[in-house]
Design a protein around this ligand. Structure first.
Ligand code: GDP
Ligand code: MG
Length: 422
């Protein structure tokens, strides 16, 4: 069985939390895109963890975790993440962590370039996490990047060529990448990382033949996809489920299902059009209730009501076969629950998700549903919910036209229920 678990919105829907829960039924969890700009918070019996690069199955000792070739990996960050989890008692060995030999290496000069460009843009910034992700993906497509397999040979000539090329750009920012420093950075961190590097394509192909269950874990959400998201305020990789098998290293495989993680309201970290955005006291109350501060950056997230046009589009782009609705408990303080039901674009009401200038100019049309005003964080069964909360779930399910199978009512692993259970 091959399942992708992906974000429907702008990211931070609670994917890490859902992977931590659902990974129990899978043998292998595979991250297929992105880098350490991800922040997946997981809270379970072992503690609280923020995962940037490691797949969220790393906290289960039986699960094998794969970092696919579609990823970009900062060796220093990964070394630190492994060390910090090991210090918390999580065992990480080449048995339960396998890094694709084809994943790309995010170098310190990528990070510098990201910071320099974002600072140059000043108030026109893209909202980058400044971790080098856009520059390294850019270099990948320019065919000027290093891959994990390059760590196995002392190809200093290639590094020197890459740095010479990169400096053509960095010099225009009055900066420079240094060959010796880059080489010693690679040598310093490759010692920790090399034991995990392997041909993960072969590993996954064999696992499939053996009937192993594989879950592909995405970073961010549909609206951050480089091609179908809110470009240029997107990430630089494909966050869509259709890319899962490609980024994982088994492009010929077919997914059996796509679980879309969708939040009971909206949040968006960084810049870009965010039609359903709420402001003032209404926003502050929701941000506080949902603790909406970036896991990777600590930035306050922009917040809004559930956005039907954006979510419906996200579900269609992901091809979600079922949904996990998260953070329903957060809404329990509200008298009335705001829902963005449509957009007004150039005087027209639309339920579809526009692009470009039309999206920039879109205004939300809000309706309000009855609040449930009850702490639901201990609910283990849909039937225990107040009628207004049940109504809210049904309303969203009908609006987005995809079955909601799981409902999460707290950050802990067991704080959820499945729908349709007696
Ligand atoms: P991800 O990037 O999609 O993995 O999501 P993040 O981890 O960045 O953000 C989700 C945040 O919400 C984390 O701090 C989770 O611990 C928390 N969380 C997840 N599900 C729930 C839930 O159902 N209720 C509450 N109150 N918090 C949740
Ligand atoms: Mg996150």
């Amino acid at each position: 069985m091959l399942t992708a678990i992906v974000g429907i919105n702008w990211g931070d829907e609670g994917k890490g939390r859902m992977v931590d829960l659902l990974s129990e039924s899978y043998d292998i969890i595979c991250r297929y895109q992105g880098g350490n700009n991800a922040g997946h918070t997981v809270i379970n019996d072992k503690g609280k963890f923020v995962l940037n690069l490691l797949p969220s199955g790393i906290l289960r000792s039986e699960t094998v975790n794969v970092m696919g070739g579609g990823m970009v990996i900062d060796l220093e960050h990964l070394s630190n993440e492994i060390a910090s989890l090991t210090n918390k008692g999580i065992e990480i060995t080449p048995r339960n962590l396998k890094i694709s030999d084809k994943a790309f290496i995010c170098m310190p000069y990528h990070k510098s370039q990201d910071i320099l460009e974002e600072d140059r843009l000043a108030d026109k910034k893209y909202g980058s996490t400044k971790r080098g992700i856009a520059p390294v993906y850019g270099d990948k497509y320019m065919k000027k990047a290093l891959r994990m397999y390059d760590l196995f040979n002392e190809n200093t000539e290639r590094l020197a060529e890459l740095i010479e090329w990169k400096n053509l750009t960095l010099k225009s920012y009055n900066a420079e990448a240094d060959f010796e420093k880059s080489l010693s950075w690679l040598n310093q961190y490759k010692k920790t990382i090399m034991p995990y590097i392997t041909d993960t394509t072969e590993y996954l192909l064999t696992a499939r033949e053996q009937g192993k269950k594989i879950m592909f874990e995405a970073q961010l959400g549909a609206l951050r996809d480089i091609d179908y998201g809110i470009y240029p305020y997107t990430t630089s990789s494909q966050t869509l489920a259709a890319y899962a098998t490609i980024g994982a290293g088994v492009p010929g495989a077919r997914l059996d299902g796509v679980i879309g993680v969708i939040k009971a309201y909206s949040s968006c970290v960084g810049e870009g059009p965010f039609t359903a955005e709420l402001f003032g006291e209404e926003a502050e109350a929701l941000r506080e209730a949902g603790a909406e501060y970036g896991a990777a950056t600590g930035r306050p997230r922009r917040v809004g009501g559930f956005d039907i046009p954006a979510s419906r589009y996200g579900i269609q782009m992901q091809g979600a076969t079922e949904l996990a609705l998260t953070k329903l408990d957060v809404l329990s303080y509200m008298e009335k629950i705001p829902v963005c039901v449509a957009y007004e674009v150039d005087g027209q009401i639309t339920k579809s998700f526009p692009s470009g200038e039309k999206l920039q100019n879109a205004k939300p049309i809000y309706e309000y549903l009855e609040g449930f005003k009850t702490n639901i964080s201990k609910c283990k069964n849909e039937n225990d919910l107040p009628a207004a909360a049940k109504n809210y779930i049904d309303y969203i399910e009908n609006a987005v036209k995809c079955p909601i199978k799981y409902v999460s009512v707290g950050a802990g692993r067991e704080d959820y229920f499945m729908r349709g259970q007696k």
